[in-house]
Design a protein around this ligand. Structure first.
Ligand code: HEC
Ligand code: HEC
Length: 690
């Protein structure tokens, strides 16, 4: 009804099925398609889409109690003890509508472009409206009126730069702080020689509705099949888990389909940018967590929708241990055996895990990733570890996936409108919807009930697409990933980049190399457009299309975080992108000046505001959570910051400011979450915001 036939993209009405897929035990695959007729480009309430995930027959091989696994996942997601510094949780960067609205020390220089100079503001800068957009125009409707341009990225602060020495249990890990001075090998995250927290090189997307993405991360590197250990699925030839078979431990390779979130979750805990000192292993993380009280430094609301029944009535945290939760949630064949010997192969996998973040300059490309912590700890050759520790990455990935699969936001005014409640959108929003599906061409990429062509349903239906490009001529690309000219292509290749094994991240390029066995989850070359050696491929500078629900609350926008308001985003599209000319070779043909009037642009913004779910806005179940204090920049400014005593020899590190969020139960908070920068100031340390 809302979809228009589209000239270049192939017809979207096809038969496909998701849930009849079976991957038996390990790598063998037998396809049993169920047939659904779905027009994936037509809009629909998200309530009509089944939440993707491994078929029960596959999941039951590992998980015996889903509820316990979700409890485990929620505790791990919010627990600051997962970080090497015992301050950094997953939620530290995903606490605000699944994303991050902090404003102090949130700038990264153009690291992926090889640039370590800060342009918008220095380390510990406090962002304000004047800083945005990062590419400014004299006339926002005209791309040729560019006035200034910065390649910095607004993202999320993680940990201080340091090498791992040994696990600390309840206390922070022992680590060696490393200089951030560029001439001493650092990335420039320091103020006058005092280290500040490193900031990620791409903006933080929301975890809410991420379960609908076929692959995760902006560049899709968290693949759909989970290998039990890292984000790279079948691409990692050394990935395996330990299974007890007749009392004997065996190493088995696994490929668990529809598990991009599990692949994703196995990245950050060891990332030397996000949560870890460089060189920690999952075994060491497991050992730490098996020792501590879950959420032991945080408050859990008695009415928490998931953790309430486990909350310790006498104080912080849960009254059960992580070991209890793992044993309850997972099949004994994956934890009950005696110690496992870590072979050289296991050791090499651990090294790969450490180096496994493409797009993390501290992991894949820089630092001493591959060489590990140079004898300063880390997994040693033949070391005996407990079975439950050896499979910790498997438990971590699957439980986080199951928790995040519950973070489904499908009750926005727009969903209600599509369910037939015609008054759910006001007249301006209805006009905005017409722009979205018509002159704005938004729906061509933000299609389907998920509002993204990178959805499981759409990509499974068609992994590769052949299309006429911005400068004419046909090219093949990864479905759902587009170059829309946010930044010059060479600055960040996106899905045009490589995995740590040297393979292209792009499925189109993998197919071109004839390595489709690496792609997993039923990739069928006969079903896809063929891509021959000489064929043109348009994947460089292309990024995953975000679903747009709750976009009101998840700014700043785009992979570089360079736009602070939805009006700026709409102006970006209206002028035909910022780097369309420069990116012609890979640019999507829909990125062209749109000729929208001021009123149409405002209507489109009003429509985008109809995509907010009040359960997200008021943190009601399933979006309720324990208390959390997040590092929020450092006292002082961009010129001086006070330091605290550190173990890193001469290297000084800055004192943290903390911003604290109260625990919220299933009925939510009376106060609404606000858009990025809306009335926000940097609170004093320890101040609670509700
Ligand atoms: C230091 C901040 C930080 C921490 C800590 C962190 N993340 Fe993220 N997260 C990011 C950034 C930045 C990205 C985007 C990276 C990219 O695409 O290259 C991201 C991406 C994601 C995505 C992908 C969403 C999408 O649409 O592609 C998910 C899911 C996610 N994180 C979950 C987690 C989980 C689970 C943890 C803990 C195990 C975690 N994050 C820890 C910053 C963080
Ligand atoms: C050619 C495909 C395409 C079209 C057409 C398109 N988008 Fe996008 N959109 C994307 C991609 C890809 C991204 C991420 C790009 C990046 O960050 O480099 C994105 C990002 C966004 C974001 C930022 C979301 C976030 O979380 O950062 C918003 C908002 C958005 N688009 C809205 C729209 C609107 C409104 C329209 C119509 C005017 C539109 N898009 C048209 C592909 C498209």
């Amino acid at each position: 009804m809302f979809s228009k036939p589209y000239l270049f993209r192939r017809s979207k009405t096809i038969a496909f099925g998701l849930f009849g897929v079976a991957v038996a035990g390990a790598l063998s695959s037998g396809t049993v398609w169920t047939q659904d007729q779905v027009d994936v480009q037509s809009l629909a309430s998200l309530k009509t889409v089944r939440v993707p995930g491994p078929p029960d027959a596959v999941l039951n091989e590992y998980v015996r109690d889903k509820r316990a696994a979700i409890q485990l996942g929620k505790a791990l997601f919010w627990d600051i003890q997962v970080g090497s510094d015992r301050k950094q949780a997953c939620a530290s960067c995903h606490f605000h509508a699944g994303a991050d609205n902090r404003i102090k020390n949130q700038l990264s220089p153009g690291l992926l472009a090889g640039d370590k100079t800060f342009q918008v503001g220095g380390p510990n800068h406090e962002l304000s409206e004047e800083d945005f957009p990062f590419t400014k125009h004299l006339n926002p409707d005209r791309a040729d009126s560019r006035r200034s341009d910065k390649n910095d990225v607004a993202s999320s602060q993680g940990v201080f730069r340091a090498d791992f020495i040994s696990a600390g249990g309840k206390d922070p890990d022992t680590c060696l702080n490393l200089s951030e001075r560029v001439d001493e090998g650092g990335n420039g995250f320091h103020v006058g020689g005092v280290n500040v927290r490193q900031v990620e090189p791409r903006n933080t997307p929301t975890t809410i509705n991420a379960v609908f993405n076929f692959r995760n991360f902006w560049d899709g590197r968290a693949v759909n099949d989970f290998n039990g250990g890292d984000p790279f699925g079948l691409r990692n030839p050394n990935a395996f888990v330990f299974k007890a078979v007749n009392g004997q431990l065996q190493q088995i390779a696994v490929a668990i389909p529809f598990s991009s979130l599990a692949s994703q979750a196995s990245g950050p805990p060891l990332s030397a940018f996000e949560m870890s000192c460089n060189g920690r292993s999952f075994v060491e993380l497991g050992r730490t967590l098996l020792e501590v009280k879950p959420l032991g430094k945080q408050k859990v609301h008695q009415a928490d929708s998931v953790l309430g029944p486990l909350a310790d009535p006498r104080g912080n945290g849960l009254k059960v241990s992580y070991g209890d939760l793992i044993r309850k949630a997972f099949q004994p064949a994956y934890w009950k055996n005696g110690p496992a010997k870590m072979t050289p192969q296991e050791r090499s996998m651990d090294l790969i895990r450490r180096a496994s973040r493409v797009g993390d300059p501290g992991g894949a490309n820089g630092g001493n990733g591959g060489r590990g912590a140079g004898g300063a700890g880390g997994p040693r050759g033949q070391q005996s570890v407990e079975h439950i520790e050896a499979n910790f990455a498997l438990f971590f990935g699957l439980s986080l996936q199951l928790y995040q699969a519950s973070l489904v936001s499908d009750d926005t005014p727009f969903d209600r409108f599509l369910e037939g409640k015609r008054t759910a959108l006001d007249p301006q929003q209805s006009r905005g919807l017409k722009v979205f599906t018509g002159q704005g061409k938004c729906i061509n990429c933000h299609g389907g009930a998920e509002l993204t062509n990178a959805s499981v349903r759409n990509v499974l239906n068609e992994r590769l697409e052949r299309m006429v490009m911005g400068n004419g001529g046909e090219a093949v690309y990864d479905n759902g990933f587009y170059n829309i000219g946010v930044r010059p292509t060479a600055e960040d290749l996106g899905v045009g980049g490589k995995d740590p094994f040297g393979n292209p991240l792009s499925e189109t390029r993998i197919a071109q190399l004839g390595k489709t066995r690496l792609l997993g989850n039923q990739f069928d070359p006969d079903k896809e457009p063929s891509v021959q050696a000489g064929d043109r491929v348009a994947v460089d500078g292309a990024f995953k299309t975000p679903g747009l629900r709750n976009v009101e609350l998840t700014g700043p926008y785009f992979h570089n975080g360079g736009n602070s308001t939805l009006k700026q985003v709409v102006e970006f599209y209206n002028r035909g992108g910022d780097f369309a000319k420069e990116n012609q070779a890979d640019l999507d043909p829909d990125i062209q000046p749109l000729g929208l009037s001021e009123a149409q642009q405002d209507d489109l913004v009003a429509f985008l505001l109809s995509l907010t779910d009040d359960r997200v806005r008021f943190q009601r179940a399933p979006f309720d959570h324990p208390s959390l204090c997040v590092p929020n920049g450092h006292p002082g400014d961009e010129v001086t910051v006070p330091s605290v005593p550190s173990e890193g020899g001469d290297v000084k590190i800055a004192e943290d400011l903390l911003r604290c969020i109260a625990p919220v139960g299933k009925r939510g908070s009376p106060t609404a979450l606000k858009p990025f920068l809306d009335g926000q100031t940097t609170p004093q340390t320890g101040q609670w915001d509700r």
